[in-house]
Write a protein that binds this ligand. Sequence first.
Ligand code: MLC
Ligand code: AMP
Length: 506
Amino acid sequence: MKIPILKSIEIHSLRVAIIDETKSYSYSELERQSVQIAKMLKETNIQLEGSRIAVLLNPGFQFAAAALAVWRVGAIFVPLSVNSPDSAILYVLDDITASIILTDNNFELNISALSKRANAQLLNVENAQSAKVILQDILYKSDREALIIYTSGTSGKPKGVVISLGNLEAQMTTLINAWQWSADDVILNILPLHHVHGLINALFCPLYAGAAVYFLPKFDTNVVWSLFKSDRINVFMAVPTIYVKLIADFDAADENEQLKRKEAISSFRMMVSGSAALPVKVLDKWKTMSGHILLERYGMTEIGMAISNPYKGERRAGFVGMPLPGVQVRLFDESTNLLIDNDEEAGEIQIKGPSVFKCYWNRSEVTANSFTKEGWFKTGDLAVRNNGYYKILGRISSDVIKSGGYKLSALEIEEQLREHPNIIDCAVVGIPDEEWGEKVAAAIVFKTELSLNFDSQLTQWLKERIAPYKIPRIWRFLKELPRNEMGKVIKNDLITIFNQKNDTSA
Ligand code: MLC
Ligand code: AMP
């Protein structure tokens, strides 16, 4: 097969592909830059096919060109989080044994020492124009690995989810048809690009459809509202926290400004919410502001988008909709080993189909354990079905936290905290929060007397070790953790403790 997005680049060459801070770029400019970066990769004489190329670039034109370039040379594209500390980046570079890191002037200096430690060659995409070697596009089998995205889960350290070209094509085709993407669309993308929501739904899908993607350097409610009013955008996708923040900004504006904002968003073709539960209150408020019933859908890094409310038809508040075409969904009760075939009982969502990922990178045992014997992927999400519509009830494991749309592993944060010389014991939970979905809360047992402001010192200490969105915002310092007879921390009791006493929240 030909690489999916490369097909669309040829067809739409004169259209606008990317708009960023300074400029807009056509599809043919995107193609040219991706060819130049691919040539630069070739010039290294590194064995590229199947190798992992990490990309540390801000959302924008160069990022999109780099992804295409990596595929042109038959390598696997691994987007890095631009806000993570060195140790988190090094973890990914080591895990994938990255051959090359693609970056630009914004990051080159900072990443240079890391690239040496990881034994990866560092290339700056801003130097790509000088590359001269001859490049030939390759044809691929659909099971060729295209992409690795790191996700946290129940297993402590983040794992790389390997997505094949076939998976990617299936995910994009399904969404483009279901949500009626067209080349006339312009989407505002303010999401991070190291996760599927920002990367696949809000960048690759529009590029595959020949649409334009408008990037902002950073999420800012005011700038987003100005852009909405500019009449240049007609599609928007975000996590619920972002809608909550936009609503707060709307409510703070004067009446005249509110009217302008209402008028602007009422003419959008589509506004989507996902990655975490959309509170019905937020959906209702957005409806009164815009006339739009936000299109809520359900997905996961390992499966792409699986369940969606309809583009045309009833969008049900509190429900994530029905299985997308080509995606098989079932509810399963592991305790009874039975399929749920009625509208009353809850079960784990299990998924099958061409969009389901290939494997976890270098973790064959974890991969095997993530599927049933019959090949269904076990999502770890609980749901009920009502007249064909699915409602997510929550996660089976309390060790998985969703905050601001990011999936976080309580175990990973605990592991990190235990490395602190003054911490004997700790436990991390998610506390429900209207703005963030959940806030990360940590209970800590210390070795010695605490100094004043220990929570801010700990926050600082963590900032050098884990991504900012994984840092606990609520702290509690305890003499001991609530445990059962087996010695296991009772996380529900801990949540109660957090909800009862006055906390130290950031
Ligand atoms: C930041 N802050 C938090 C926080 N993150 N507080 C509590 N909980 C959190 N999780 C605080 C900061 O400390 C700071 O406080 C203030 O909020 C602003 O910080 P920021 O970093 O500038 O935040 P902001 O840019 O506003 O980020 C919010 C956000 C971001 C919602 C834009 O979290 C985001 O981009 N989320 C999207 C994640 C995503 O794409 N997930 C999809 C995964 S894929 P102070 O006091 O300093 O002001 C997936 C599959 C699927 O899930 O189905 O899609
Ligand atoms: P990630 O692993 O970051 O891809 O996050 C996937 C998880 O996000 C899913 O397993 C769900 O728990 C959650 N999720 C995604 N969309 C929704 C939604 N619409 N409602 C509730 N949870 C969601």
